[in-house]
Write a protein that binds this ligand. Structure first.
Ligand SMILES: CSC[C@@H](O)[C@@H](O)C(=O)COP(=O)(O)O
Length: 356
């Protein structure tokens, strides 16, 4: 059975508390928007697609318990609460894009006189419920496209083998999405095709999404994997033939510059030096066509405590100051291709897809 980060059935929402993994597997109820905001902000749920889905589902749960006499009241509530949810974490764009689409939907339904307030409520909730299915289907399409891309990219980085070694960073799997995963979905597809020799995953300090979450998924799914320190990436590329680096994205600008977990940029730099292709795997909902380049991406800074402590144990000397950006931006010139559910694009080809 695959891991399930988000459980939603008939208006009831639970999430797997990712702060407790791998030690404890505990689902916590999300009873409405306030719970959704807190779970996203505290990173009990994380990963750009999962943040969007849980944010929107928390609103669906809340709205489903209410009765609306007037459509305008529903429209105002939806707009206000979606804008509040977006403020929980600023870098990933998927929730903002989903919110914009849902706000357009309620505006259209509000203007349509043939739709009653209760029909508007039902249609709004159904639209959110579809997100889970769509994300899973998109991830499978991304996985297949990425698998084909890597296997057909030439043999120079395969080290003479027919199976490939790949490197990934952070967690982009079932725990970060509705299921299957984006970059980890590509790795799953390679494994299913029996063409994955090995995956290396970085620890991903300071929150350790690699050591705690990707490692958890890889062991759970029996995918051959090795954990490395973030600082071992260059040494790995020097000593082993790595066919590709494959990472996810929190926000891709129109020119292809990509914000992803802190450390992604330095992996892309070292991949360039070692002539290893560097791929970003992300759904179209991670692409922000409203910003021309990565300079416009707001980078979230997280509390010092995430660096100074592991669990309740302090590992850093008291008194030291910290800088803890959660993400960095990889310039598009370091990115070989962006793998989406709509196809594979060079960074400078993205704009063509803007209106699709
Ligand atoms: C499919 S998840 C893509 C990204 O969201 C992922 O790589 C990442 O950076 C997650 O960061 P996080 O801070 O854990 O939410």
């Amino acid at each position: 059975m695959t891991l399930e980060a988000i459980r939603y059935h008939n208006g009831t929402l639970e999430i797997l508390d990712q702060l407790l993994l791998p030690g404890e597997t505990k689902y916590i109820p999300i009873l409405g928007v306030e719970d959704g905001w807190k779970a996203i902000n505290k990173m009990q749920i994380r990963g750009a697609p999962a943040i969007a889905i849980v944010g929107c589902l928390s609103l669906a749960v809340e709205i489903s318990k209410e009765e609306f006499e007037k459509k305008k009241t529903l429209r105002r509530e939806v707009e206000g609460k979606l804008n509040y949810l977006i403020s929980a974490r600023p870098t990933a764009v998927n929730l903002k894009i989903a919110a914009d689409e849902l706000i357009s939907l309620v505006n259209a339904l509000d203007k349509d006189d043939s739709v009653s307030a209760s029909e508007m409520q039902t249609r709004f909730i159904s639209e959110i419920e579809l997100m889970l299915e769509k994300d899973l289907a998109d991830n499978k399409a991304i996985g297949m496209a990425g698998c084909n891309l890597i296997l057909n990219s030439g043999t120079s980085n395969f080290g003479g083998d027919t199976s490939v070694r790949v490197l990934t960073h952070c967690n982009t799997g079932s725990l970060a999405t509705a299921g299957y995963g984006t970059a980890l979905g590509v790795i799953r597809a390679l494994h299913a095709a029996r063409r994955l020799e090995h995956v290396y995953c970085t620890e991903t300090r300071p929150y350790n999404q690699g050591a705690r979450l990707s490692a958890f998924e890889l062991v759970h799914d029996k995918i051959p994997a090795t954990l490395i320190c973030d600082s071992a990436v260059s040494a790995l590329m020097k000593t082993k033939p790595i066919a590709a680096v494959i990472v996810g994205a929190d926000r891709v600008a129109a020119n292809g510059d990509t914000a992803n977990k802190i450390g992604t940029y330095q992996i892309a730099v070292t991949a360039k030096y070692h002539s290893v292709p560097f791929y970003v795997a992300a759904p179209f909902t991670s692409i922000d066509f409203s910003i021309p380049n990565g300079e416009n991406i707001q980078i979230e800074e997280r509390p010092d405590r995430e660096m100074t402590h592991i669990g309740k144990y302090r590992i850093a000397t008291p008194g030291i100051s910290c800088w803890n950006p959660a993400f960095d931006v990889t310039p598009s010139e370091l990115i070989s291709a962006i793998i989406t559910e709509k196809g594979v694009f060079k960074p400078n080809e993205l704009r063509v897809m803007e209106s699709s």
